[in-house]
Design a protein around this ligand. Structure first.
Ligand SMILES: C[S@@+](CC[C@H](N)C(=O)[O-])C[C@H]1O[C@@H](n2cnc3c(N)ncnc32)[C@H](O)[C@@H]1O
Length: 195
Protein backbone atom coordinates (compact mmCIF):
# COMPACT_ATOMS: atom_id res chain seq x y z
CA UNK A 1 0.00 0.00 0.00
CA UNK A 2 1.00 3.59 -0.46
CA UNK A 3 1.05 6.82 1.44
CA UNK A 4 1.43 10.40 0.31
CA UNK A 5 5.04 10.41 1.51
CA UNK A 6 6.01 7.02 0.00
CA UNK A 7 8.48 7.15 -2.87
CA UNK A 8 6.59 6.71 -6.10
CA UNK A 9 7.26 3.66 -8.20
CA UNK A 10 7.52 4.43 -11.88
CA UNK A 11 5.28 3.64 -13.68
CA UNK A 12 2.94 3.99 -10.68
CA UNK A 13 1.02 1.00 -9.31
CA UNK A 14 -2.78 1.07 -9.69
CA UNK A 15 -3.21 2.07 -6.02
CA UNK A 16 -0.93 5.10 -6.46
CA UNK A 17 -2.51 5.99 -9.78
CA UNK A 18 -6.01 5.98 -8.27
CA UNK A 19 -4.88 8.47 -5.63
CA UNK A 20 -3.17 10.65 -8.24
CA UNK A 21 -6.37 10.80 -10.28
CA UNK A 22 -8.73 11.36 -7.37
CA UNK A 23 -6.57 13.84 -5.47
CA UNK A 24 -7.72 16.99 -7.25
CA UNK A 25 -11.16 15.70 -8.07
CA UNK A 26 -12.48 15.50 -4.51
CA UNK A 27 -13.39 18.87 -2.96
CA UNK A 28 -13.61 19.90 0.70
CA UNK A 29 -17.11 19.13 1.99
CA UNK A 30 -17.74 16.27 -0.44
CA UNK A 31 -19.34 12.96 0.54
CA UNK A 32 -17.31 10.00 -0.74
CA UNK A 33 -17.28 6.22 -0.27
CA UNK A 34 -14.52 3.70 0.44
CA UNK A 35 -16.29 0.50 -0.66
CA UNK A 36 -13.49 -1.78 0.66
CA UNK A 37 -11.91 -0.26 3.77
CA UNK A 38 -9.34 -3.05 4.32
CA UNK A 39 -6.41 -1.59 6.27
CA UNK A 40 -7.74 1.94 5.92
CA UNK A 41 -5.12 3.46 3.61
CA UNK A 42 -7.74 4.60 1.11
CA UNK A 43 -10.09 5.65 3.94
CA UNK A 44 -7.45 8.04 5.34
CA UNK A 45 -6.65 9.35 1.87
CA UNK A 46 -10.35 10.10 1.26
CA UNK A 47 -10.86 11.63 4.71
CA UNK A 48 -7.95 13.99 4.14
CA UNK A 49 -9.35 15.06 0.77
CA UNK A 50 -12.91 15.83 1.98
CA UNK A 51 -11.62 17.85 4.95
CA UNK A 52 -13.40 18.50 8.25
CA UNK A 53 -16.71 19.45 6.56
CA UNK A 54 -16.86 16.35 4.35
CA UNK A 55 -17.88 12.75 5.00
CA UNK A 56 -16.46 9.33 4.16
CA UNK A 57 -18.64 6.22 4.30
CA UNK A 58 -16.36 3.18 4.66
CA UNK A 59 -17.53 -0.41 4.19
CA UNK A 60 -15.98 -3.78 4.97
CA UNK A 61 -17.33 -7.20 5.94
CA UNK A 62 -14.44 -8.07 8.30
CA UNK A 63 -14.09 -6.94 11.92
CA UNK A 64 -10.30 -6.93 11.49
CA UNK A 65 -10.57 -4.52 8.57
CA UNK A 66 -12.94 -2.16 10.37
CA UNK A 67 -10.67 -2.19 13.46
CA UNK A 68 -7.51 -1.53 11.41
CA UNK A 69 -9.16 1.24 9.42
CA UNK A 70 -10.67 2.86 12.50
CA UNK A 71 -7.25 2.92 14.17
CA UNK A 72 -5.64 4.42 11.07
CA UNK A 73 -8.16 7.26 10.76
CA UNK A 74 -7.87 7.95 14.52
CA UNK A 75 -4.08 8.18 14.19
CA UNK A 76 -4.54 10.53 11.23
CA UNK A 77 -6.91 12.73 13.26
CA UNK A 78 -9.72 12.28 10.73
CA UNK A 79 -12.05 9.92 12.63
CA UNK A 80 -14.85 12.49 13.06
CA UNK A 81 -15.48 12.60 9.32
CA UNK A 82 -15.57 8.82 8.75
CA UNK A 83 -18.65 6.62 9.20
CA UNK A 84 -17.81 2.88 9.28
CA UNK A 85 -20.27 0.21 8.19
CA UNK A 86 -19.43 -3.43 8.90
CA UNK A 87 -21.53 -4.84 6.09
CA UNK A 88 -21.30 -5.57 2.41
CA UNK A 89 -20.74 -2.67 0.04
CA UNK A 90 -23.78 -4.02 -1.83
CA UNK A 91 -25.80 -2.23 0.90
CA UNK A 92 -24.22 1.19 0.38
CA UNK A 93 -27.46 2.51 -1.13
CA UNK A 94 -29.02 2.49 2.36
CA UNK A 95 -26.56 5.05 3.68
CA UNK A 96 -26.52 7.90 1.12
CA UNK A 97 -28.91 9.78 -1.14
CA UNK A 98 -28.96 8.96 -4.85
CA UNK A 99 -26.87 11.45 -6.81
CA UNK A 100 -25.13 12.84 -3.70
CA UNK A 101 -21.69 11.16 -3.78
CA UNK A 102 -18.61 12.73 -5.41
CA UNK A 103 -16.35 9.65 -5.58
CA UNK A 104 -16.39 5.93 -4.80
CA UNK A 105 -13.28 3.74 -4.51
CA UNK A 106 -13.14 -0.05 -4.73
CA UNK A 107 -9.93 -1.97 -4.07
CA UNK A 108 -11.05 -5.56 -4.68
CA UNK A 109 -9.57 -8.86 -3.51
CA UNK A 110 -8.53 -9.91 0.00
CA UNK A 111 -7.20 -8.18 3.08
CA UNK A 112 -3.39 -8.51 3.18
CA UNK A 113 -2.33 -10.46 6.28
CA UNK A 114 -5.78 -12.02 6.80
CA UNK A 115 -7.68 -14.95 5.28
CA UNK A 116 -6.93 -14.90 1.54
CA UNK A 117 -10.08 -16.94 0.88
CA UNK A 118 -12.22 -14.07 2.12
CA UNK A 119 -12.28 -11.96 -1.03
CA UNK A 120 -14.72 -9.71 -2.76
CA UNK A 121 -16.99 -11.72 -5.08
CA UNK A 122 -18.31 -11.23 -8.58
CA UNK A 123 -21.96 -11.08 -7.54
CA UNK A 124 -21.35 -8.84 -4.50
CA UNK A 125 -19.15 -6.47 -6.45
CA UNK A 126 -21.63 -6.16 -9.32
CA UNK A 127 -24.46 -5.41 -6.86
CA UNK A 128 -22.29 -2.78 -5.21
CA UNK A 129 -21.43 -1.22 -8.57
CA UNK A 130 -25.15 -0.93 -9.38
CA UNK A 131 -25.65 0.88 -6.07
CA UNK A 132 -22.57 3.03 -6.70
CA UNK A 133 -23.91 4.05 -10.09
CA UNK A 134 -27.09 5.37 -8.43
CA UNK A 135 -25.29 7.17 -5.60
CA UNK A 136 -22.73 9.01 -7.72
CA UNK A 137 -23.63 12.51 -8.77
CA UNK A 138 -23.32 13.41 -12.48
CA UNK A 139 -19.60 13.76 -13.17
CA UNK A 140 -18.88 11.69 -10.04
CA UNK A 141 -15.76 9.56 -10.07
CA UNK A 142 -15.53 5.79 -9.69
CA UNK A 143 -12.26 3.89 -9.30
CA UNK A 144 -11.98 0.10 -9.16
CA UNK A 145 -8.73 -1.82 -8.72
CA UNK A 146 -9.11 -5.40 -9.98
CA UNK A 147 -6.86 -8.36 -9.10
CA UNK A 148 -7.14 -11.07 -11.79
CA UNK A 149 -4.22 -13.07 -10.33
CA UNK A 150 -6.00 -14.82 -7.44
CA UNK A 151 -8.65 -17.56 -7.37
CA UNK A 152 -11.91 -16.06 -8.66
CA UNK A 153 -10.20 -12.75 -9.35
CA UNK A 154 -10.10 -13.13 -13.13
CA UNK A 155 -13.84 -13.78 -13.37
CA UNK A 156 -14.56 -10.82 -11.10
CA UNK A 157 -12.16 -8.52 -13.00
CA UNK A 158 -13.68 -9.44 -16.38
CA UNK A 159 -17.22 -8.96 -15.06
CA UNK A 160 -16.39 -5.55 -13.61
CA UNK A 161 -14.75 -4.46 -16.84
CA UNK A 162 -17.80 -5.59 -18.86
CA UNK A 163 -20.20 -3.85 -16.46
CA UNK A 164 -18.27 -0.63 -16.75
CA UNK A 165 -17.81 -0.83 -20.52
CA UNK A 166 -21.60 -1.06 -20.93
CA UNK A 167 -21.86 2.30 -19.13
CA UNK A 168 -20.41 4.04 -22.18
CA UNK A 169 -23.93 3.94 -23.64
CA UNK A 170 -25.04 6.10 -20.66
CA UNK A 171 -22.31 8.61 -21.60
CA UNK A 172 -19.93 7.56 -18.82
CA UNK A 173 -16.27 8.30 -19.60
CA UNK A 174 -14.11 5.22 -19.02
CA UNK A 175 -10.45 4.23 -18.87
CA UNK A 176 -8.34 1.19 -18.00
CA UNK A 177 -4.74 1.29 -16.78
CA UNK A 178 -2.70 -1.89 -16.52
CA UNK A 179 0.92 -2.91 -16.02
CA UNK A 180 2.53 -4.89 -18.85
CA UNK A 181 5.08 -7.70 -18.87
CA UNK A 182 4.26 -9.12 -15.42
CA UNK A 183 4.62 -12.85 -14.58
CA UNK A 184 1.06 -13.23 -13.28
CA UNK A 185 -2.07 -11.43 -14.51
CA UNK A 186 -1.43 -7.91 -13.24
CA UNK A 187 -3.79 -5.79 -11.16
CA UNK A 188 -5.42 -3.05 -13.16
CA UNK A 189 -7.26 0.18 -12.48
CA UNK A 190 -10.62 1.07 -13.99
CA UNK A 191 -11.65 4.70 -13.82
CA UNK A 192 -15.04 6.13 -14.70
CA UNK A 193 -16.71 9.50 -14.63
CA UNK A 194 -20.52 9.23 -14.50
CA UNK A 195 -22.35 10.69 -17.46
C1 LIG B 1 -7.62 -5.24 -0.99
S1 LIG B 1 -8.52 -5.05 0.50
C2 LIG B 1 -8.85 -3.31 0.53
C3 LIG B 1 -7.64 -2.46 0.86
C4 LIG B 1 -8.00 -1.08 1.36
N1 LIG B 1 -8.68 -0.27 0.37
C5 LIG B 1 -6.84 -0.33 1.95
O1 LIG B 1 -6.58 0.83 1.56
O2 LIG B 1 -6.15 -0.87 2.82
C6 LIG B 1 -10.15 -5.69 0.08
C7 LIG B 1 -11.14 -5.61 1.25
O3 LIG B 1 -12.44 -5.87 0.73
C8 LIG B 1 -13.19 -6.43 1.79
N2 LIG B 1 -14.44 -7.03 1.30
C9 LIG B 1 -14.64 -8.27 0.80
N3 LIG B 1 -15.94 -8.43 0.47
C10 LIG B 1 -16.56 -7.25 0.77
C11 LIG B 1 -17.90 -6.78 0.67
N4 LIG B 1 -18.87 -7.55 0.15
N5 LIG B 1 -18.19 -5.53 1.09
C12 LIG B 1 -17.20 -4.72 1.58
N6 LIG B 1 -15.91 -5.11 1.70
C13 LIG B 1 -15.61 -6.36 1.31
C14 LIG B 1 -12.21 -7.42 2.40
O4 LIG B 1 -12.62 -7.77 3.72
C15 LIG B 1 -10.90 -6.62 2.35
O5 LIG B 1 -10.67 -5.97 3.58
Amino acid sequence: MISDSAPNQSPPRPTALAWMMLRDWIRPGDTVIDATAGNGHDTVFLAERVGPTGKVLAFDVQDAAIAASRLRVEEAGTAARVEFHRCSHALMGKFAEAGSVAAIMFNLGYLPGEDHDLTTTTSGTLSALEAAGRLLRPGGFLSVICYPGHEGGMEEACSVESWLTAKSSDHWRLAKYAMLGTRRPAPFLLIASKG
